[in-house]
Design a protein around this ligand. Structure first.
Ligand code: CA
Length: 217
């Protein structure tokens, strides 16, 4: 799952970006509205965390422009704390609105919630065949046995699980599990898929030659 964080306060940007990475997300950042909008339009993020008071175009305008072409979930994160602001945000197409100062635990919970809604998953536990994926604890069980996956392996599996019964192309997977700081020129994805298959030890991820991967069930 890949997050775009648009925030002009350097310290908050750094802290939040680090915390989200520790939660397993691929994170891109933007320090102003224009860069944020540019990135949001050209990359398919799973969630955008958007400040409102920004240099250049503000968060309201970023959202308005983005909504003309994209449905990417947006969480406003703002010191603007009136009911009027929150209503304006949600009525203009934001998916959630969190007021600064905020609690990290709550932000993470809201991020998971919008990701579930976007994938039409009502509950945090996904059961597909013999596999149970818990998106709260980020753990995977096969037939009741916990499978130790790395953060990146878990993220690949969660992305495929949210899109089960669909073919996920390699380009799409690269876009959603690696951020713009990571080297994606190698066969990194193949290595991760190989390791996930080996660890799960069940025939779970199907390769669609020339298309991508899928999970059936
Ligand atoms: Ca700001």
């Amino acid at each position: 799952m890949r997050v775009l964080l648009v925030e002009d306060e350097p310290k908050l940007l750094k802290t939040l970006s680090k915390a989200l990475k520790e939660e397993g997300y691929a994170v891109d950042t933007a320090k102003d509205g224009d860069d944020g909008l540019y990135k949001a339009q050209f990359t398919n993020y799973d969630v955008i965390i958007l400040d409102i008071m920004l240099p250049g175009i503000d968060g309201w305008e970023v959202l308005n422009k983005l909504r003309k072409t994209k449905k990417t979930p947006v969480i406003f994160l703002s010191a603007k704390d009136t009911t009027q602001d929150r209503v304006r945000g949600l009525d203009n197409g934001a998916d959630d609105y969190l007021i600064k100062p905020f609690n990290l635990t709550e932000l993470f919970s809201r991020v998971r919630s919008v990701i579930r809604r976007a994938a039409n998953e009502p509950v945090p536990k996904l059961t597909i065949g013999p596999i149970v994926l818990d998106t709260l604890s980020r753990t995977v069980n096969v037939k009741g046995k916990r499978i130790p996956l790395t953060g990146k392996e878990y993220m690949i599996l969660e992305y495929l699980a949210h899109h089960h019964n669909k073919v996920v192309t390699r380009t799409e997977l690269y876009e959603h599990v690696f951020d713009d700081q990571e080297d994606t020129t190698s066969n990194l994805l193949d290595v991760h898929i190989y390791n996930i298959r080996k660890k799960l030890d069940v025939d779970f991820i199907t390769t669609r030659r020339g298309h991508g991967y899928s999970i059936e069930g």
